[in-house]
Design a protein around this ligand. Structure first.
Ligand SMILES: [Zn+2]
Length: 201
């Protein structure tokens, strides 16, 4: 089993302040979370930077990702180090992710920039049911949506600032291997968890 923060922004997102090297250092030093998906807004440059900085480190995994501002709401693509073609409709993004061996997550469906009930119309692989900066109520509604759609529910901190990192995470039944992790997420071999307290290093 591995623990992964599946939603995190670097300063390559216009609204985020986290330096790529901070992510690598904190992930390496973290006692239990050893994988992170870099999900900047509409760019994979942050992911590429983090991956490069992480290459000398053993036992951590940087998962390619992006949070696309799609028509109707935000969609996270995991496992693909490329942007989907435009127009960024949910259908285009989902088709692209599927063909590229990745997966799609409806991000914080009941918060601003979330798809809300519209998510019901699309073939997502998972729903983000625990988002570190969403309200308890919004997360609860997302969990209900995942149940209704019979989809796995994943967790990510959605950190934009350093003190928000690793607040919640997904426990995946997999080793520290990208393909295994993606496969287990799709199969729902996972649990979401909250750190519940600040993490000290
Ligand atoms: Zn986000």
């Amino acid at each position: 089993m591995i623990r992964a923060d599946l939603h995190l922004h670097t300063d390559y997102s216009p609204d985020a302040k986290i330096k790529p090297k901070t992510i690598v250092h904190q992930l390496f030093a973290h006692s239990s979370i050893k994988a992170v998906a870099i999900t900047d807004h509409n760019t994979i440059r942050g992911y590429k930077k983090v991956r490069k900085l992480a290459s000398p480190y053993r036992d951590i995994l940087i998962i390619p990702g992006v949070e696309i501002s799609a028509t109707g709401g935000d969609i996270i693509v995991l496992g693909v180090a490329e942007l989907p073609p435009k127009p960024w409709s949910p259908e285009t993004i989902i088709d692209f992710a599927t063909e590229s061996g990745g997966l799609t997550v409806a991000a914080h469906p009941y918060r601003a920039y979330g798809l809300g009930d519209q998510a019901l119309n699309y073939d997502f692989d998972a729903i983000e049911v625990l988002n570190g900066i969403s309200s308890h109520e919004a997360n609860k509604m997302a969990k209900k949506l995942a149940e209704e759609m019979a989809l796995p529910g994943v967790a990510g901190s959605d950190a934009h600032r350093t003190d928000e990192m690793w607040s919640v995470y997904t426990e995946v039944e997999a080793s520290l291997d990208l393909d295994e992790i993606l496969r287990s997420i799709k199969k729902g071999l996972l649990m979401v968890a909250s750190a519940g307290m600040s993490i000290h290093f």
